[in-house]
Design a protein around this ligand. Structure first.
Ligand SMILES: Nc1nc2c(ncn2[C@@H]2O[C@H](COP(=O)(O)OP(=O)(O)O)[C@@H](O)[C@H]2O)c(=O)[nH]1
Ligand SMILES: [Mg+2]
Length: 367
């Protein structure tokens, strides 16, 4: 393909497997990035370029010399054992090197100057991140022009976003989706309780029709908070419940946790959410979950178009690599962090500092 596009003399300088953009890229087939160079049209000057003979090697072959002058380093005779074993059939060494430098300068991560990672990536891998996601984080900091702990902090801040405040007189409908036991119902209760404590009107809709306990659990919280809670098990019921609770300034929809590999259950959840039209659909993920499993959950819930995360059970782990992998792989923001079972206090607005303090405790709050 390269020869067809660039001519018979094109040479492949570098190939690497990369991921396509976004979540689909992560889960889809890898792409192949190819860096190729082709000879510029140049006057057809033929000269013989013969490297100094290397003992014990096959006699050097005459090759076409580049039209441009070769660099001094290559043209000057050097000690036989230091002669580079250059035998490229098309380009002279100096020219090839010059092109590599020019071409690679334009490609992120392959520039002539080594990527200034300052051991940042190693620290992230030690914190439990995969090297691919750690590298994506370092790249994000490099793209912001600051490959230091401070730049890393900025890159993370772009993905740890507290939700925008709700303007007075407006309401917000938040749906919580996620695997069973992730902490959806507890988080729903925390969100509503905090709203009530701030003097806002809150209400629940429970779509957890698979488990009687799921509904009862939320009804119990609703009773304590003195807020209405309706159950909805079909899109019609959901539409009706949302209309009925139109006065609530915060409407929290708690959904059933199901096996995310169950395609039918996911389709049912999707139509329930379509009827509710939530402003925010948060995927609730529990920190003590294996990294690959977290990514599989993201992939499954991508079908319901979640637009941000709520991370729970952060109090139960000491390494956060899996969740950070999720952020830098899926690239959707986390809005809430849950750090315990207590309602409502163990719910915090997402804050990059929370993670940074744990990864770089020595950097204080300057990260
Ligand atoms: N340690 C800890 N436990 C939590 C947290 N959030 C929820 N839980 C507990 O996890 C269990 C399952 O929570 P639940 O809200 O019923 O999960 P759901 O199935 O997703 O609705 C309960 O025992 C909760 O008390 C958290 O942030 N930290
Ligand atoms: Mg529940």
């Amino acid at each position: 393909m390269i020869r067809r596009a660039m001519g018979q003399e094109a040479v492949i300088l570098h190939t690497r497997r990369v991921r396509g953009p976004g979540i689909r890229g992560w889960f889809g087939r890898p792409w192949v990035e190819v860096l190729a160079a082709a000879d510029e049209p140049a006057p057809a000057v033929k000269t013989a370029f013969t490297p100094a003979p290397t003992p014990g090697r096959a006699p050097p072959v005459s090759i076409k010399a580049p039209a441009a002058p070769v660099s001094a380093a290559v043209a000057t005779p050097v000690a036989a054992d230091a002669v580079p074993a250059f035998s490229h059939p098309v380009l002279g060494a100096g020219r090839l090197r010059r092109r590599l430098t020019t071409l690679e300068a334009g490609i992120p991560g392959t520039g002539a100057a080594p990527r200034p990672t300052n051991g940042l990536q190693d620290r992230l891998v030690a914190a439990g991140m995969s090297s691919a996601a750690a590298s994506a984080w370092v790249d994000a900091a490099v793209a912001l022009g600051d490959a230091s702990v401070k730049g890393m902090g900025q890159a993370l801040r772009n993905l740890c976003l507290p939700p925008a405040p709700v303007a007075p007189g407006h309401r917000r409908v938040v749906a919580l989706v996620g695997p069973t036991g992730a902490g959806k119902t507890t988080t729903a209760a925390k969100l509503a309780a905090q709203a009530v404590l701030e003097g806002r009107r809150a209400a629940f809709i429970t779509a957890d029709n698979f488990r009687v306990y799921g509904q009862e659990q939320l009804q119990a919280y609703a009773g304590v908070l003195g807020v209405p809670a309706l159950a909805a098990s079909s899109p019609d019921e959901m539409g009706r419940a949302v209309r009925e609770l139109a006065v609530a300034e915060l409407l929290v929809i708690d959904t059933a946790g199901h096996n995310h590999r169950d395609v039918r259950a996911m389709a049912a959840l999707k139509s329930l959410l379509a009827a509710a039209q939530p402003d925010m659909t948060l995927l609730v993920l529990a920190a003590p979950t294996d990294r690959e499993e977290l990514l599989a959950q993201c992939k499954a819930y991508d079908r319901v178009n979640f637009n941000g995360f709520c991370f729970t059970k952060l109090d139960e782990v000491s390494r956060y690599g899996g969740l950070l992998d999720v952020l830098f792989t899926v690239r959707r923001p986390v809005h809430y962090l849950c750090t315990g079972q207590d309602v409502p206090e163990d719910l915090e607005l997402a804050d990059a500092q929370w993670f940074l303090r744990r990864i770089w405790p020595e950097s204080g709050d300057g990260a």
